[in-house]
Design a protein around this ligand. Structure first.
Ligand SMILES: [Zn+2]
Length: 314
């Protein structure tokens, strides 16, 4: 039997009903905001506010009540509706730097921890981590979509944060989601690992790149691998996907069959690339590579693909 795929620790484990058919109903959203069961996640500099935790071994999101927000004078005009569960209607409020400048408020929000660190640490439940990522992605889009790309006038939020409308020309904008391919390229016994310029020293990963207009997934995989390493890819197979809220990507995990093995680096993209055996991949994942090389952790699609490569499950 084929071993089961070990999916990334960060994913779409969303426990909420997003009620997307209701969120355009302003009166319904207003009623949800006024309901005493409403709970609010605050993001400052895109970092979620956490519940204080004495021993530091677990991390939980801090859910504010409406009364707490009113006491902190936090405006709700830009509250984003995340969804609803049995316990509460859940919103996120992204605080802008001008709101946060007051030190008493800043102190009241501590601790703030970025979502990437939370994902790497593995101290937060997958469901809460997914919610923090959903809120972060949406807030990051709002931060770069304040003005209309068509006429330059200000945009205004609709549908509880899931749509923006230009106040001058009426152009509509929807939350951005950037598809990217991430691929385990293999010649059967080895897989292709690369070290990008922006990576920490001796950190490697499988190759990845954004899907461009006109690409299908298979073409994006073949094009990116050829551009970065000169390796020709034949068959491409979809494996799994992962939302990646940095700032708002969708990682499409693929297996790719190498038709050639000669590596010609694109120095603008990669500083190094090599074919790694299963033994080398295992040593790198387990932190015992003799050259000190490391690989992505369990939060990532890269880890899923590499583990599947080791277990011959893809
Ligand atoms: Zn406009």
């Amino acid at each position: 039997m084929t071993p089961r795929l070990q999916l990334p620790r960060y994913g779409a484990q969303v426990s909420l009903d997003r009620a997307s058919e209701r969120r355009a109903d302003t009166a319904w959203i207003e009623a949800r905001l006024a309901d005493e069961r409403a709970r609010f996640l605050l993001l400052a500099d895109l970092k979620p506010c956490l519940a204080a935790n004495a021993d530091g071994t677990t991390a939980r999101l801090r859910w504010f009540t409406r009364q707490e927000l009113d006491a902190l004078a936090i405006p709700l005009a830009s509250a984003m509706f995340l969804g609803t569960d049995d316990a509460a209607d859940r919103f996120a409020v992204a605080l802008t730097p001008d709101v946060m400048v007051a030190e008493p408020l800043r102190a009241a929000l501590m601790p703030l921890v970025d979502v990437r660190s939370l994902a790497v640490q593995g101290a937060m439940s997958e469901a809460e981590l997914a919610l923090a990522g959903q809120a972060r992605s949406l807030a990051a889009w709002h931060a770069i979509a304040r003005c209309c790309g068509r006429c330059g006038a200000a945009t205004s939020p609709r549908d509880a944060g899931w749509r923006l409308v230009c106040t001058a020309c009426g152009q509509e904008f929807y939350p951005r989601c950037d598809p990217a391919v991430i691929m385990l390229v293999t010649d059967g016994e080895r897989c292709l690992l690369g070290h990008e310029r922006r990576f920490p020293d001796r950190f490697y990963s499988v190759l990845a790149g954004f899907v461009e207009p006109g690409d299908d997934i298979e073409h994006a995989v073949r094009r990116e691998v050829m551009e970065e390493t000169g390796v020709k890819v034949g068959a491409v197979r979809y494996i799994a996907s992962q939302p990646w809220p940095f700032p708002h990507a969708l990682m499409i995990g693929c297996w790719a069959e190498a038709l050639s093995t000669q590596i010609t680096l694109d120095p603008a993209e990669l500083e190094d690339a090599f074919w790694a055996s299963r033994e080398e991949v295992r040593a790198m994942l387990e932190g015992r590579d003799p050259h000190g090389r490391t690989l992505p952790g369990r939060q990532s699609m890269a880890h899923t693909l590499l583990t599947a490569f080791l277990e011959r499950s893809i």
